[in-house]
Design a protein around this ligand. Sequence first.
Ligand SMILES: [Zn+2]
Ligand SMILES: [Zn+2]
Length: 107
Amino acid sequence: MNFCPNCGTTLIPTKKENKISIVCPKCNYETQKGTKEVSKIKHDKEKIIVIGKEEQKIRTLPKTSAVCPKCGHPEAFYWLVQTRGADESSTQFLRCTRCASTWREMS
Ligand SMILES: [Zn+2]
Ligand SMILES: [Zn+2]
């Protein structure tokens, strides 16, 4: 806290023309706090884009050429699901990129 050298009153920081001036409310003593810029507060908070977990998962899935059993579309997303058990086999799932129909790859 700063005090006025003239009258001892507590100085009040005042913003003047983008500069911070410390002003005495009693005798109008004024001192400038250098040219230090007021720490800029980041207003642009990181925009959080809410994407459904499922949707996000699908978007990142690789595509493969597989014929959809429902609509016959030749392209589908695919992912592997590890089957819990003694045999660590994984099952491939496919989802049609057109009708979103999901099916299991029969090996
Ligand atoms: Zn003063
Ligand atoms: Zn389909």
